[in-house]
Design a protein around this ligand. Sequence first.
Ligand code: 6R9
Length: 637
Amino acid sequence: MLSKIHNLEDYAVAYRKSVNEPEKFWATVADSFVWRKKWDQVLDHDFEDYKVEWFKGGKLNITENCLDRHLLSRADKTAIHWVPNNPKEADRVLTYRQLHEEVCKTANMLKAQGVKKGDRVCLYMPMVPELAISVLACARIGAIHSVIFAGFSASALASRIEDAEAKVLLTANAAPRGAKIVPLKEIVNDALSQVSCIEKCIVLKRTDDPVEMKANRDVWWHDAMLTVSNECEAETMDSEDPLFILYTSGSTGKPKGVVHTTGGYMVYTAYTFQNVFQYEENDVYWCTADIGWITGHSYIVYGPLLAGATSVMFEGVPTYPDAGRFWRIVDRLKVNIFYTAPTAIRALMAQGLEYVELYKLDSLKVLGTVGEPINREAWEWYHQHIGKGHCPIVDTWWQTETGGIMISPIAGVLPTKPTYATLPLPGIQPVLLDADGNELEGKGVEGNLCVKYPWPSMLRTTWGDHERCKSTYFSTYKGYYFTGDGCRRDEDGYYRILGRVDDVMNVSGHRLGTAEIENAINMHDAVVESAVVGYPHPIKGQGIYSYVICDPEKLEVTTMEEIKQEISEMVIDKIGKIAKPEWIQIVRGLPKTRSGKIMRRILRKIAAGEFDNFGDTSTLLDPSIVESIKEGARREK
Ligand code: 6R9
């Protein structure tokens, strides 16, 4: 059994040990897993010329730890309880034995389609059991999975497939989402016309919607599974072999393929899952994220299954068929641990208490949030109306790059404080740095959040471009991992995440780069230049506001409204609906300094509806631009 923290004293002891003797600390945690060969060295690292290796020389397969080892004592326990989008459709329950069998079959299917160890397999799928199964099937045979959120557009999908040079794509004909059906295969057909690396596309029949299949490339999932055996020996992997790639947005235009490896990721996700949520053997656990994001990877699939837990997987959305959907599922499945995003809480809060009061919610023990800062009102509402005042809320701060939860209360062990992620988990050494790179000591300080010592599940590289990994995360402050977040350490020593300090936005918990959206807008042929900023949004956390300079000649023949509409469609086409700007303002110029840099600070203020106190504007090339932007800016609705 994994070393578990039960009280404050345990936490203090574990934390101290993790800092004073990190290798011993993590070796003890790692000892509770099945290794084919133990590691020769716990940690080898260099933060100056970035390289990190954990459990070096160790051999294992993560799926043996997620599945095989549970067959002795938990074979008939539910591993995945799947709830479909349509409440009239039946749930699907997979025990550990069944999941093991399905993973082996799917692994054999992938092999039969030509997938080998080290190959990249791209997954563009609805939230169905086959998605979790395929993730594990890839891991079983040592293929590197790259899951792409099914809300991304064809061109976003194509660029990610191309970057990873994926050989096989797994998808479905369609994805039911709320009252709508997303035509996944249609999007895939479009994406595949733009890339050349995909040899096979395996299509799951999720709905009855007909689709176009391309001969020699497209194969129906059920046909591919017809003759496969249900036994599949797990591939022996090196601790540092890549497990998956997950694309995420940064401050430059092109999404980065964050690479996680096997041993360290396994140890850290399992450790944090069990400790943060204080998971106990018979708990029913539900994380509402999508497997297309890191939260789904670490805390729907790997963390819970490593712990032998029952993980609920939900295909739908919080408000379909009504805003009581989450709570109905909680009561019906007697969910004990519930993990969701602040944006979902705010959306449900706005629908009123009548949807909550119909349900008992008395099975709940622990609540969690992730993905963005939670405001006090949402925290209080969650605490009072969902947790009935007695469930601790774990506000978990972490990132795609960190692999697992970094700063968070430990449920019922560390005191909580609304809007605070509170304290670092064992093994995590956060520091706050000022603009000059000095560590801010003591309490009541604010700075850029960095981490000064490696932890097992940190990213190893960005796919195909290690220099980019170094320059993005390890060059701002020499010798530190830079998170991109601003943070305050208060008088109690608690950490409060203040949001991104770079050009990354967080819209409904989705990470989006301003440059990525600008690139899409600029593809419209009437657009000369654009600047995108985030502004506070009551439900989404941040909304997208774009300032666009258009070619005056084009404006003569097309109306502003038409152009705005086309720009919106361009963004949806290039990235996906999640990136659609809330506001588009056509401007005659952007507030640039004499050196040509856009003063985003001013644009952010105007987008937020603040029209004065712009600070020092003396370096602006043409201050009258600011006045004209103010005049045309949106006013509160
Ligand atoms: C897990 C995940 C990472 C960014 C991160 C930060 C924000 C995540 C947060 C939070 C405040 C929390 N973030 N959790 N901000 N409080 N509890 O969301 O990964 O999609 O990579 O986003 O999300 O800004 O830097 P990812």
